[in-house]
Design a protein around this ligand. Structure first.
Ligand code: SF4
Length: 198
């Protein structure tokens, strides 16, 4: 866990705290109150923790995201992200990209829903998740029905589908990756890759 206090700052504060406490014991209660007044509140107070995986690369480091209700919007907002010390891959560490994840999550330009560019259009427009999934399923089915090849020219069984490719994410669990591989390969897709190569 990152504590936003340098070693020098900690020693200074600890020394001041001892002095203030001693003063308090001698009857100088106001000195202690003044000392406490300028100690900043712990920034993760009242936050909710959630475990997740850094989405940037195939290392798939474990992260902990801290969120709390935003005073302005009344909605939950992620206020801090740090490496998960219990995660076997990164043991709490993050590279500079992972360390900057909070800004990526809260970026105003971040896509939060599917978008479509219709035939002939020059711009994308937002659509719902269900509509997007239906369209993708329809397009896959139509293309596979039209182009799936069970035998090659020599009559040898090949069961391949070469007109559609599939790009998967690398920041998933082993179980999700295994299932994705099985589904995609069982449909006969040959062009299958993932973000780990980017
Ligand atoms: S923190 Fe860095 S190394 Fe780890 S998954 Fe994210 S981008 Fe990859």
């Amino acid at each position: 866990m990152n504590i936003d206090l340098s070693r020098r700052g900690f020693l200074k504060l600890a020394g001041a705290g001892v002095a203030a406490t001693s003063l308090g014991a001698l009857g100088f209660g106001e000195a202690e109150a003044a000392e406490l007044a300028h100690v900043r509140g712990f920034k993760l107070t009242a936050t909710t923790e959630a475990r997740n995986t850094c989405p940037y690369c195939s290392v798939a480091c474990g992260i902990i995201m801290y969120s709390r209700i935003d005073d302005e919007t009344g909605k939950k907002r992620i206020v801090h992200i740090e490496g998960d010390a219990d995660h076997p891959t990164n043991r709490g560490t993050l590279c500079p990209k992972g360390a900057a994840l909070k800004d990526f999550v809260n970026a105003p330009t971040r896509l939060t829903q599917p978008r479509i560019r219709k035939p002939g259009a020059d711009a994308f427009e937002p659509i719902g998740w269900n509509e997007a999934l239906d369209k993708i399923a329809r397009a896959l089915k139509d293309d596979r029905d039209a182009n799936f090849m069970s035998l090659n020219e020599a009559g040898v069984p090949v069961n391949r589908w070469t007109t559609t490719g599939f790009l998967a994410a690398s920041a998933t669990t082993n179980e999700t990756a295994w299932l994705t591989y099985k589904v995609v390969r069982s449909m006969g897709v040959v062009a299958f890759d993932n973000q780990a190569r980017v």
